[in-house]
Write a protein that binds this ligand. Structure first.
Ligand code: KPL
Length: 297
């Protein structure tokens, strides 16, 4: 299959490598156009893959069978809108990012749209990308014309397991949003690894109570106790991780806060409820972002 990976950061490079290894014809698409992208990935077994893939070839993009978008949430809709005129009407577009809110921004996209979330973790280590944790990628349809595309889950699963198809991907997205609303800003506030968050159980309790209130209003019916169990499970399984938000703050990059806690607060406002602890953390992260010179993302 011909696949364009839009966004060649850590996760994008892991996908490019995995898809190419599986025999797919891949190209990368970079924000600053380049004819090639060099990929240097250390996999979970410590094996290093060095490849140079073609990049930013509009003809390749127009003929692609899938556009896999691994950009961070704030970059997603501007990048896709830029490319929209080149995309075939029937080319599936799969969004793989933290947070929510991009679907509303891409309301007018006519291509079949799929949404995914992943628990794979990869990070920059100097010039190398380290795939640090295996995980599960959940994907599912957003638009009606994407509903018959469940075979994509099998295809992606062959390249980078596990991949699971969900007809109702929104529930998985809300669950991941809740996890990110707790772990990401708290690791910024306490400047700590995910695992260290066990030291702040009262804060986690308060956040879970607020999240459960909103999720229920959104028809997700997740009680605070269940949420707490999910969040502690992620805290333990990712104990050695530096959360993506803390990495962004440390490297003075734009965080995904507007698509994580920011999205939550927008939904809460439209439901007529307030979430004080989430609001406080949102303000804290925005304040930290405003204290650095904004750099290119
Ligand atoms: O998704 C994550 C992130 O860092 O963005 C978690 C689940 C918190 C793992 O680090």
């Amino acid at each position: 299959m011909k696949i364009t990976v839009l966004g060649c950061g850590a996760l994008g490079q892991v996908w490019l490598t995995a898809l190419a290894r599986q025999g797919h014809d891949v190209q990368g698409w970079l924000r600053v156009p380049q004819p090639y992208c060099s990929v240097n990935v250390t996999d979970l077994q410590g094996e290093v893959s060095n490849h140079t893939f073609i990049a930013n070839d509009p003809l390749f993009l127009a003929r692609s069978d899938l556009l896999l978008v691994t950009l961070k949430a704030p970059q997603v809709s501007p990048a896709i809108k830029n490319l929209q005129s080149v995309l075939r009407a029937d080319m599936p577009v799969l969004l793989l990012h933290n947070g929510m809110g991009t679907l509303e921004e891409l309301r007018d996209l006519t291509q079949p749209l799929l949404r995914g979330i992943t628990t794979h973790a990869a990070m920059h280590d100097g010039t190398v990308i380290r795939h640090v944790a295996a995980g599960i990628t959940h994907i599912g349809p957003v638009s009606r014309d994407a509903a018959p595309l469940s075979h994509l889950a099998d295809l992606l699963h062959q390249a980078l397991p596990d991949v699971a198809w969900h007809d109702d991907i929104a529930s998985a997205c809300w669950r991941k949003l809740a996890v990110n609303c707790v772990i990401n800003p708290l690791t910024v506030e306490h400047e700590c690894l995910n695992g260290a968050l066990r030291a702040w159980p009262e804060q986690i309790d308060t956040l879970c109570d607020e999240l459960a209130l909103l999720l229920t209003r959104e028809g997700q019916h997740m009680d605070a106790e269940t949420l707490r169990a999910i969040i502690y499970d992620v805290i333990d399984t990712t104990a050695a991780n530096v959360s993506s938000m803390l990495q962004d703050i440390r490297t003075q990059r734009q965080t995904e806060i507007d698509y994580i806690t920011g999205y939550l607060l927008r939904r809460a406002r439209s439901q007529g409820i307030t979430l004080p602890e989430n609001s406080r953390l949102y303000d804290l992260v925005k304040r930290k972002e405003s204290q650095y010179e904004r750099q290119p993302i």
